[in-house]
Design a protein around this ligand. Structure first.
Ligand SMILES: [Zn+2]
Length: 661
C-alpha cells in the first residue's frame, strides 16, 4: 500500500470536468483508462460551481463525475475547492480580498483572492470542506483530500486591518508583553518604541527599510496564518473521514512557507514541480526540490503536479523535447515520489492556462504528446513495485526557514547577493553530479543518521541549533555568514559565528562581500587554487584550529579562508566550485556515489530502496558502469553488471538480482 489506498504508483493529473460538456467526460474516462490513469485531482477551483449561493450546494455534477471515474477504476484526490472564493462571497464581504504591502485591496477575477486571516473566509472554507466531507465520506472513489491549492503562490501575505489584528494576537502569544516586543524588535533603533499594541502594524510599504526583526516575525506569522487555514479545513476532514489522508500541494523550494511545520500537519507530502526546460540547471533544481519533499516527513511523497510539456506563466514557455517528460517523471520517482501526476489531464480551451500543456492536448490523440502520455503510463505500471521504497542518505543539507527569511531581508544586509536557494544549490549540484544521496534537514534535529552535515548558511543560529550541531557525531561543514544573529535577528555577543564559535574554533572580524564580477583567490594547503566570488571574511582561527586554505592576494592575503576544528569545517568564502573541498570531505566521511565513481556528466544516479535509477539527461549516449547485475524494470532486459550505455534522455531502473547465499 502506498500513500493512498491505490496500489502501486499513482498516475494521472488535475481533471477539470466543469470546463467541458458532459459528453466529453465519457471520452475522458475512456482515454484515462487507456493511459493507465489511476488517480485524478478534481474540483480544485470549483467553489463557485459547488456552492453557487451561500449554503446552497450543487453536488449533482460532482456526484456524476466521481461515479463515472469510479466505474472506470480511477480514484480521486478530491479538492476542498477553497483556493478561490466565489464572487458572491467576495461581493457580500469585500474585506475577504487581500491587501498588498502598498495598501491596495486586490480585485476579484484571478485566483487565491483571499485574506488568510479573514474569519469570514475561514468559516466559509470550513463549511464547504464539511459539506464535501459529509457528501463523499463513503464514496469509493475518494482516496485523498486536497486542501485548497498551492498556498502562498499568489497570496503569501495580506496587509489588511484584519491581518494586522491577527498579527498582533500572534505577536502577543510570542512576545507576551509590549516590553518583550520592544526588546525583540530592537525598537530603540530609529525611534520605534511602542506604547500600545494598537500602534503595531504589519511591515507595510514605508519610506525606507522596515525593521528587519518586524519583517522576520511577519514572515513567520504569514506562514502560520496560511497554515491555520489549512489546519481548520484539515480538522473537519479528519473529524468526518479520519482514515482519508489529507494533503495540500507544496511548491518545491518555496521561501514563503516553513514547510517543516507544514509537513508536520499533513498526512502525505505532495508537490507541484515545474522545472524550466530552458534552464540548464533544471534537473539539479528539480532533484533538490524532490529531495526536500522526501525529507519533509522522511517518507515517500507524491509529485501531484508537473507539466507534460510547456507551462503558460513564464515570459517564454519552452516545451519539453521528446523524451523529457518521461525522463523528468522518472526523476521524481527516483527521488521518492510514489507517482507521477500532471497539470492537467485535458488541455483547457479558455482561461489563463489555455496554453499550458496537458496529458491530452488540444490536438487530441493523434499527437506526440498523447503518444508520450500513453508510453509514460506504461512505464509507470512497469515500475509499480518501487512504490513505498525509501531512500537512505548519508549527507544532510541544513535548511531553516527562519534563517532564510532573516538572510533575505531587503536593504539591511552586507550584501543582497547571498540567496539561500543558490547557496543550497552550490553544494547540492556537485553532490548530485557524484550520485550522492542527500536529505534536507532542519538544524535543530538529531542529525546522527548522517555522516556528513552541510550548513550552506545558518545566518540565524540559536543555542539549540548549535547544541544539535555540536552533538552531531559525523563531519560538519558550515558556510559563511553563519551564526550571525539569534532568533530575534539580533547579532550575537562577540560577533559571528556566535554560538558556533567553540565548535568551529573561529571568530569572524569583518564581512568583506565582493562586488559582482570581482573574484578572490583561495589556496589550499596542498596548493589547489580556488576562485571565490560574492563573499569573503576576515577570519581569526583560534589555537588548535587547522587552516585548510588561505586567501591569496588582496587585503586578506595570507589570512585563513577555510578552517577545521575536530570534525567541523568552516568556509569563510563561496568557492565557485567547492568540488576539491567536497571530495576530500566525502572521502574522509567514507561516502561514495550510489553508482560508484566516475559518473558521466549529465547522468543522474539515485538509489531508492534496492532499485538503482540511472537517468541520462544529456542529448548524447552515455556509458555507466553498473555496480551489480540485475534487470532493467523499464525494458525487462537482464543486465550483467559492468558497462551499460544509456541512449540520449534514456534511463535504466535496475532491480538487482537477489544474491544467493
Ligand atoms: Zn488580510
Amino acid at each position: 500500500m502506498g500513500l493512498t489506498r491505490v496500489p502501486g504508483l499513482l498516475f494521472g493529473g488535475d481533471y477539470n470536468p466543469e470546463q467541458w460538456p458532459e459528453e466529453v467526460w465519457q471520452e475522458d474516462v475512456r482515454l484515462m483508462a487507456e493511459a493507465g490513469v489511476n488517480l485524478v485531482t478534481v474540483a480544485v477551483f470549483s467553489w463557485s460551481r459547488l456552492e453557487p449561493a451561500p449554503g446552497a450546494y450543487d453536488f449533482g455534477w460532482l456526484d456524476r463525475v466521481l461515479d463515472l471515474l469510479h466505474e472506470h477504476g480511477i480514484a480521486v484526490d478530491l479538492a476542498t475547492a477553497t483556493a478561490t472564493p466565489p464572487p458572491w462571497l467576495v461581493r457580500a464581504h469585500p474585506e475577504v480580498r487581500p491587501v498588498d504591502a502598498g495598501g491596495t485591496r486586490l480585485e476579484f477575477g484571478s485566483r487565491q483572492g483571499y485574506c488568510p486571516s479573514s474569519p469570514v473566509f475561514r468559516a466559509a472554507t470550513v463549511r464547504l470542506a464539511r459539506a464535501l466531507a459529509e457528501r463523499y465520506r463513503a464514496h469509493p472513489a475518494l482516496a485523498m483530500w486536497h486542501v485548497s491549492n498551492e498556498y502562498a503562490d499568489h497570496t503569501a501575505e495580506c496587509y489588511c486591518e484584519e491581518s494586522a489584528r491577527d498579527f498582533r494576537r500572534w505577536l502577543q502569544a510570542r512576545h507576551r508583553s509590549l516590553d518583550g516586543l520592544n526588546t525583540a524588535w530592537g525598537t530603540s533603533c530609529w525611534g520605534q518604541h511602542y506604547t500600545d499594541w494598537t500602534q503595531v502594524e504589519p511591515p507595510r510599504k514605508a519610506p525606507g527599510p522596515v525593521n528587519p526583526a518586524q519583517l522576520l516575525d511577519w514572515r513567520r506569522f504569514s506562514s502560520d496564518a496560511l497554515l491555520a487555514c489549512f489546519e481548520a479545513e484539515r480538522a473537519v476532514l479528519k473529524e468526518v473521514t479520519p482514515d482519508v489522508p489529507v494533503t495540500t500541494n507544496f511548491m518545491s523550494v518555496l521561501r514563503d512557507l516553513d514547510y517543516w511545520s507544514w509537513a508536520a500537519a499533513e498526512d502525505v507530502v505532495t508537490d507541484d514541480a515545474y522545472p524550466d526546460p530552458a534552464d540548464p540547471r533544471a534537473e539539479v533544481k528539480a532533484a533538490l526540490s524532490y529531495d526536500l519533499m522526501r525529507s519533509l516527513k522522511r517518507q515517500p511523497w507524491l509529485l501531484l503536479e508537473s507539466a507534460p510539456s510547456a507551462v503558460s506563466w513564464r515570459a517564454v514557455n519552452v516545451p519539453k523535447d521528446p523524451g523529457v517528460m518521461r525522463l523528468h517523471s522518472l526523476q521524481a520517482l527516483a527521488h521518492g515520489s510514489d507517482g507521477v501526476m500532471f497539470f492537467q489531464w485535458r488541455q483547457a480551451r479558455y482561461g489563463p492556462e489555455k496554453f499550458h500543456s496537458a496529458m491530452l492536448p488540444h490536438g487530441g490523440t493523434g499527437t506526440r504528446q498523447w503518444r508520450e502520455t500513453l508510453a509514460l503510463g506504461a512505464d509507470v505500471r512497469r515500475l509499480a513495485e518501487v512504490a513505498g521504497a525509501t531512500t537512505a542518505a548519508e549527507v544532510a543539507l541544513l535548511l531553516d526557514w527562519d534563517s532564510w527569511w532573516g538572510l533575505e531581508a531587503p536593504e539591511s544586509m552586507p550584501s543582497d547577493r547571498l540567496r539561500l536557494h543558490e547557496l543550497l544549490l552550490s553544494w547540492y549540484a556537485p553532490l548530485h553530479a557524484r550520485g550522492v544521496a542527500v536529505d534536507l534537514a532542519p538544524p535543530g534535529r538529531d542529525l546522527s543518521d548522517y555522516r556528513l552535515v552541510i550548513a550552506p548558511n545558518l545566518y540565524l543560529c540559536t543555542a539549540g541549533h548549535a547544541a544539535a550541531l555540536a552533538a552531531h557525531p559525523g563531519r560538519l561543514v558550515v558556510g559563511p555568514f553563519s551564526g550571525v544573529v539569534d532568533a530575534a535577528d539580533q547579532v550575537h555577543d562577540g560577533g559571528a559565528p556566535g554560538p558556533l564559535r567553540d565548535l568551529l574554533g573561529v571568530r569572524v572580524e569583518e564581512w568583506r562581500p565582493l562586488p559582482d564580477g570581482v573574484t578572490q583567490e583561495v589556496v589550499t594547503t596542498d596548493g589547489t587554487s580556488l576562485t571565490a566570488r560574492t563573499w569573503t571574511e576576515w577570519l581569526e582561527a583560534a589555537e588548535g584550529t587547522e587552516v585548510l586554505a588561505r586567501y591569496r592576494g588582496g587585503p586578506l592575503h595570507g589570512r585563513p579562508a577555510v578552517t577545521r576544528r575536530g570534525a567541523a569545517t568552516y568556509l569563510s568564502c563561496l568557492p565557485e566550485d567547492p568540488a576539491p573541498l567536497l571530495d576530500e570531505l566525502l572521502a574522509a566521511a567514507g561516502i561514495t556515489g550510489v553508482a560508484g565513481p566516475g559518473l558521466p556528466a549529465g547522468v543522474e544516479a539515485c538509489r531508492r530502496g534496492r532499485y538503482l535509477f540511472l537517468l541520462n539527461h544529456g542529448t548524447e549516449p552515455a556509458t555507466v558502469s553498473l555496480p551489480e547485475p540485475g534487470t532493467d524494470l523499464l525494458t525487462g532486459r537482464p543486465l550483467p553488471g559492468g558497462p551499460v550505455t544509456l541512449g540520449p534522455r534514456d534511463a535504466v531502473v535496475l532491480k538487482p538480482r537477489p544474491t544467493t547465499p
